[in-house]
Design a protein around this ligand. Structure first.
Ligand code: MN
Length: 288
């Protein structure tokens, strides 16, 4: 089989869905290049299992805000243990449980995760959250690249509250594959593709699959390079029935089974039925 590059959205501990996705794609280690957009851990059932898969597959994973938070905590904790002054951030129960579950090899893996990964053959940059439109790459702030969702009226980066998704304003090259902002449908912009389809919230786990040397196709054809598998269940938070907004623990809406749009995909995961308008793909207040 010809080598492919597979870019996977936010996994958040959903190891079963990740294995299903890799099976469906017939991923071949050593032939295919596997890249994750980050947020491998937390919120879902099996953070360690996901890190095991990253090691097994020889994948590259960029750093998400959840990995960054764990690493900041670890750095401060170690400094404090050495007797240095350090403010150790409160991890909370969610991340505290993850931190306790991780072994030395897991922490070592997190520490290797870069903020961005460039795939020159595809003219594609992989980053967890995104870029500030109009700012040269060398001047992008790593913390922002792991957290931006939108831009405000003056083009400033916003996590929550901005009206315009950053990807609408961004002009490449390179094309950017990103996660962080979950919505039921992949976010398709001219020069950016959001592949966090909210698996941990009961949505989908989505990958962009590119042939050797292939650049992401124009927006109208982008769906053809996206493959999704439905979540087995909702593991965390909830999302609105219409799929417009996806939230973490802010709003709880009764929701059962795989995502509400599961029936719209056929057995191979291909989309069935008509597309919804672009605006509806964009999450409102969402969490990454
Ligand atoms: Mn995130």
């Amino acid at each position: 089989m010809a080598p492919r590059t597979i870019v996977v959205g936010d996994v958040h501990g959903c190891s079963a869905e990740l294995r299903t996705l890799l099976d469906r794609l017939a991923f071949v280690r050593g032939t295919d290049t596997l890249v994750f957009v980050g947020d491998l851990v937390a919120r879902g059932p099996d953070s360690r299992g996901v890190l095991d898969i990253v090691r097994e597959t020889g994948a590259i994973a960029v750093r998400g805000n959840h990995e960054d938070r764990l690493l900041q905590w670890q750095r401060a904790s170690r400094a404090q243990e050495r007797g240095e002054f350090a403010l150790v951030p409160d991890l909370g129960r969610l991340h505290g449980d993850v931190a306790e579950s991780l072994g030395p090899e897991d922490w070592a893996l997190l520490a290797t995760m870069p903020v961005t990964h460039l795939l020159p053959a595809h003219r594609l940059l992989v980053v967890h959250a995104g870029l500030v439109p109009g700012v040269p790459f060398e001047q992008q702030d790593p913390a922002t690249m792991m957290r931006i969702r939108s831009v405000g009226d003056h083009g400033e980066a916003r996590d929550h509250g901005g009206a315009t998704p950053w990807g609408l304003r961004y002009v490449g090259p390179p094309h950017v594959a990103f996660g962080h902002a979950a919505s039921l449908d992949a976010q398709i912009h001219p020069w950016a593709t959001g592949v966090d389809t909210g698996c941990v919230y009961g949505g989908y786990l989505t990958a962009m699959v590119l042939a050797e040397g292939q650049e992401p196709p124009p927006a109208a054809d982008r769906q053809a390079v996206l493959v999704s598998v439905p979540a087995r269940r909702r593991y965390f938070g909830g999302m609105s029935v219409g799929g417009r907004a996806m939230v973490g623990d802010q709003v709880r809406i009764p929701h059962h089974g795989p995502g509400p749009h599961a029936a719209r995909r056929d057995a191979r995961g291909a989309r069935v039925g008509s597309e919804r308008p672009q605006e509806r793909r964009i999450a409102g207040r969402s969490r990454g």
